[in-house]
Design a protein around this ligand. Structure first.
Ligand code: UDP
Length: 361
């Protein structure tokens, strides 16, 4: 057991996302974030319990499964949207459970980007570390987060500076990073084949069509992996680019994902929105795969231009194509090194552990 801190061991209650069961892919990067963080903190001697929607699975981590209807994802809603709850909301049921058992824990870690956990904060006895995994999406949620940021200083954690700046209260947010990878899970590949990768939820804010357009222009095969969240959008892309050399491999578990990813020359990240972080970027780096990303949001803080990939003008397919032509300039060992040091699970564990100690006081 790796007990890195002389401070006391914490009892940590993690509240999962209410938009999908853990393991379903509907929760996006938060699923891997929870898995990696829970594993890391447990290896440091802290005890971990997770509350998540029914049917959740996360390796050998203990999960309290809660029934109820899933929440709508925030990224599909308008800024002026009202807060909507289904009749029997899993989100409310998860937080009722947390309230019931909170006395057994030192701290609660919230990963839900939704109004209710922020609203409920004053009604809890235990400190809540709110991990805000998206930029500003819905004004009503912004307002609820802002109130907590003012009333509970230091309790709002965001992934990146750029993400914080989407909120009017950026200076009240703590930048705590978005995730960290265990390098042992990802196998380094020094000699790639002639293929590119694109990973993520297949949903309009991720703009997969730009990566497909770049594959179409270069003729280089694009391996696509991820949850099809919006089937109509995916069908439209295939219609628009009938001859693009693309291959959809499905929504893969991490072990298989890294096998398909590691042999690629580069990975394309084409978000149309301000991506808060971008777990897939650090997963690619861990395999030694350089990342070509739009200079926007989290990826622009993860990738060092010219060293671990290229940052190109946002929404420019020509920019992607030009960067693809320069991929051989990148030393893949530098990518792997960044994942082993700056973006490792243990480095991230240090940051989150210190944040928790500060909040527990
Ligand atoms: N992912 C996966 N299997 C796949 C493709 C993606 O498990 O086939 C995971 C990937 O490991 C990452 C997540 O999907 O953790 C996407 O997270 P990211 O932070 O990049 O974007 P988000 O969905 O949170 O906006």
């Amino acid at each position: 057991m790796n007990i890195s801190s002389p401070q006391s061991r914490l009892k940590i209650l993690i509240l999962s996302t209410p938009v999908g069961a853990l393991g379903s892919g509907l929760g996006g990067g938060v699923e891997l974030t929870i898995a990696n963080l829970a594993t890391e903190l447990r290896s440091r001697g802290h005890s971990i319990e997770i509350i998540a929607p029914i049917d959740s699975e996360l390796g050998d981590l203990s999960i309290i499964q809660v029934p109820g209807e899933l929440q709508l994802t925030a990224q599909t809603q308008e800024l002026a949207a009202s807060i909507v709850m289904p009749g029997n909301p899993v989100l409310a049921n998860m937080w009722a459970k947390a309230r019931e058992i909170q006395a057994d824990y030192d701290i609660i870690f919230n990963t839900a980007f939704d109004w209710l956990p922020f609203y409920l904060t004053p009604f809890f006895d235990r400190p809540i570390a709110h991990f805000v995994s998206m930029g500003s999406q819905i004004a009503a949620i912004d307002l609820a987060i802002h109130k907590v940021a003012v009333g509970y200083p230091g309790s709002i954690g965001v992934c990146t500076r750029t993400q914080a700046e989407t909120f009017s209260f950026a200076d009240l947010c703590c930048v705590v990073g978005g995730s960290g990878v265990d390098p042992a899970v990802y196998e380094y590949c020094a000699a790639p084949e002639d293929a590119l990768a694109w990973l993520g939820r297949i949903s309009p804010e991720k703009a997969l069509e730009d990566a497909v357009a770049a594959a179409d222009r270069t003729g280089i095969k694009l391996k696509i992996m991820g949850k099809i969240q919006d089937p109509d959008y995916w069908t439209q892309i295939q219609r628009d680019y009938p001859n693009a050399p693309i291959e959809y491999l499905g929504f893969l578990p991490t072990h298989e994902l890294q096998q398909a990813l590691r042999t690629c020359q580069g990975m394309l990240m084409t978000p149309r929105w301000v991506e808060a972080f971008g777990n897939v970027a650090i997963e690619a780096l861990a395999c030694g795969v350089p990342v070509i990303a739009y200079r926007r949001g989290g990826p622009a803080e993860i990738i060092t231009d010219g060293k671990t990939g290229f940052l190109v003008e946002p929404d420019s397919v020509a920019g992607l194509v030009e960067a693809i032509g320069r991929l051989s300039e990148i030393d893949r060992a530098d990518c792997r090194r960044a994942a082993e040091t700056v973006f490792s699970q243990s480095a991230w564990g240090n940051v989150i552990e210190s944040w928790f100690y500060r909040l527990v006081g």
